[in-house]
Design a protein around this ligand. Structure first.
Ligand code: NAI
Length: 259
């Protein structure tokens, strides 16, 4: 636990499920003030449950419908969050999608949808958070959800890898640009984590063979990285991707002398 997170205002996009939900609950446990952003509207009931759980752990929470591809929604999100909680300390750009399509069959529509959610959505979240933090002289911090696929190529997911590669350099650039203002910007690079985005894929037992540590990660293990990066324990950390991947980025084919 990180006591300095208590009372901090944290916005998390795509928090109605998976990693976003786990992070919302973790920040609730840290007694932070959590803005649980959800999309689509059908997640409202789940978000109400997250809010109830957050309160029961000593945190505070509100739900805000936010489509990160919609600039107006993101601008309004920052206004709503700061009006309700009076400040803004941490923004986690987590919303993301993927779909498998061989590149030659990929429609421009497929490409645009993934880029606008994963990369442009995170850009809008960063831009609006930075504006507020600079205007109010807040030494806040931003966390972007990347992936091991910011460094590992992935056939049939060219839009996804392009979006995560973009997140890597966007994070590094913003870290450099705003370090003099005391604002930290980092990414998390999850490996294979058990969430709805890949439930079908991970039902294949062979997936675990790709992971040196031999198991699919839990959402709570990513939420722990977010809590660390947002905390004062990471006060000198900016511009990194914190991989939490059971060793997946460490060339597993070389394990045990193979490769
Ligand atoms: P998920 O599907 O549970 O979460 C993604 C969330 O984003 C969903 O709640 C979805 O409704 C929301 N979303 C989709 N379009 C949106 C939009 N336009 N505006 C706002 N929200 C939108 O999957 P998961 O795993 O929790 O994914 C979270 C992030 O973690 C994504 O950025 C994903 O790329 C990344 N990630 C996940 C990994 C995994 O193994 N689960 C591995 C590496 C990265």
């Amino acid at each position: 636990m990180y006591p300095d997170l208590a009372g901090k205002v944290v916005i998390i996009t795509g928090a109605g499920s998976g990693l976003g939900k786990a992070m919302a609950l973790r920040f609730g446990k840290e007694k932070a003030k959590v803005v649980v952003c959800y999309f689509p509207e059908e997640q409202k009931q789940d978000v109400d449950d997250i809010i109830t759980d957050t309160h029961s752990m000593g945190g505070e929470a509100i739900g805000v419908f936010t489509d990160v591809t919609n600039e107006h929604n993101v601008v309004t999100l920052i206004q709503t969050a700061t009006k309700h909680f009076g400040s803004l300390d941490i923004v986690i750009n987590n919303a993301g999608i993927e779909n498998e399509v061989p590149t030659v069959d990929m429609l421009l529509e497929d490409w645009n949808k993934v880029i606008s959610t994963n990369l442009t959505g995170a850009f809008l979240g960063c831009r609006e958070a930075l504006k507020y933090m600079l205007e109010h002289n807040i030494k806040g911090n931003i966390i972007n959800m990347s992936s091991v696929h910011e460094m590992i190529p992935r056939p049939h997911f060219v839009h996804y890898v392009a979006s995560k590669g973009g997140i890597k350099l966007m994070t590094e650039t913003l870290a450099l640009e705003y370090a003099p203002k005391g604002i930290r910007v980092n990414s998390i690079g999850p490996g294979a984590i058990d969430t709805p985005i890949n439930a079908e894929k991970f039902s294949d037992p062979d997936v675990e063979k790709l992971i040196p540590m031999g198991y699919i990660g839990k959402p709570e293990e990513i939420a722990a990285c977010a809590a660390f990066l947002a905390s004062e324990q990471a006060s000198y950390v900016t511009g990194i991707t914190l991989f939490s991947d059971g060793g997946m980025t460490k060339y597993p084919s070389f394990q045990a002398g193979r490769g």
